[in-house]
Design a binder for this molecule. Structure first.
Ligand code: CDP
Ligand code: CDP
Length: 217
């Protein structure tokens, strides 16, 4: 059976890590919708002189964002350029929630996401997958964890990648992004009524994956 699995939650809850592993185990395609919004933010920074709403709207107008599954993970291209690493920089992270709050940006990304999930056998993660993109998903999961723990995870990750980061600054950035994502007018971050809530604060990656696979059975 080709099911559709929706995973939502705030930054650092573990969505992409567990979604990727669960997809592999199920033989499904993993779709990282956050990477698409990051792609729009990347293009705005790269091609426009500023990051005003008008600049973001110009950047998104004829953007071609694609996700490709490869052995080394998801590759993201924007207008033919591979931006897989560049969309994870602090500069992109800093503006992405403002980019993702604009209606024309969301309309375009959601349309693409629905096409990608059309044939099923997908695990899609984001903020509004269970509530808006795929309201009929077979399994819906809302992952969360304390902001302290989510910041700790991101801190370790950034340190490993060689970025000099300050823990309190990172925690502040995560909290501010959560607030923007939860309070925006269009498709805010929230648990769908029929989504299973999983607090991962004290859970290992394996624990979370096992729970998700259990829910898929
Ligand atoms: O990986 P991380 O949790 O830091 O973020 P992400 O999943 O890459 O998403 C980056 C940003 O894109 C989020 O903070 C949201 O503002 C936006 N986003 C969204 O609005 N809707 C989605 N379905 C996915 C991401
Ligand atoms: O996609 P999202 O922003 O929700 O989180 P992520 O990028 O998948 O996870 C952030 C970090 O937390 C990764 O480095 C994971 O290895 C780690 N993690 C963890 O330590 N324990 C979990 N239960 C889940 C994720």
């Amino acid at each position: 059976m080709k099911r559709v699995i929706a995973i939502d939650g705030p930054a650092g809850a573990g969505k992409s890590t567990v979604a990727k592993i669960a997809a592999e185990k199920l033989g499904y395609t993993y779709i990282d919708t956050g990477a698409m919004y990051r792609g729009v933010a990347w293009k705005t920074l790269r091609e426009e002189g500023d990051t005003s709403d008008a600049a973001i709207l110009r950047a998104v107008r004829d953007i071609d964002v694609r996700l490709a599954c490869t052995e080394s993970g998801t590759r993201v291209t924007v207008d033919g350029t591979d931006v897989t690493s560049e969309i994870r920089t602090p500069e992109v992270t800093h503006i992405v929630s403002r980019v993702a709050a604009l209606a024309p940006v969301r309309e375009k990304m959601v349309e693409l996401q629905r096409v990608m999930a059309r044939d099923g056998a997908v695990v899609m993660d984001g903020r509004d997958i269970g509530t808006n993109v795929l309201p009929d998903a077979d399994v819906k999961i809302f992952l969360t964890a304390s902001v302290e723990e989510r910041a700790r995870r991101r801190y370790e990750e950034m340190k490993e990648k060689g970025y000099a980061v300050d823990f309190d600054e990172l925690k502040g950035e995560i909290a501010s992004r959560d607030k923007q994502d939860s309070e925006r007018a269009i498709s805010p971050l929230r648990r769908a009524d029929d989504a299973v809530l999983l607090d991962t604060t004290a859970l290992s990656i394996d624990d979370v994956v096992a729970r998700i696979l259990e829910l898929c059975e």
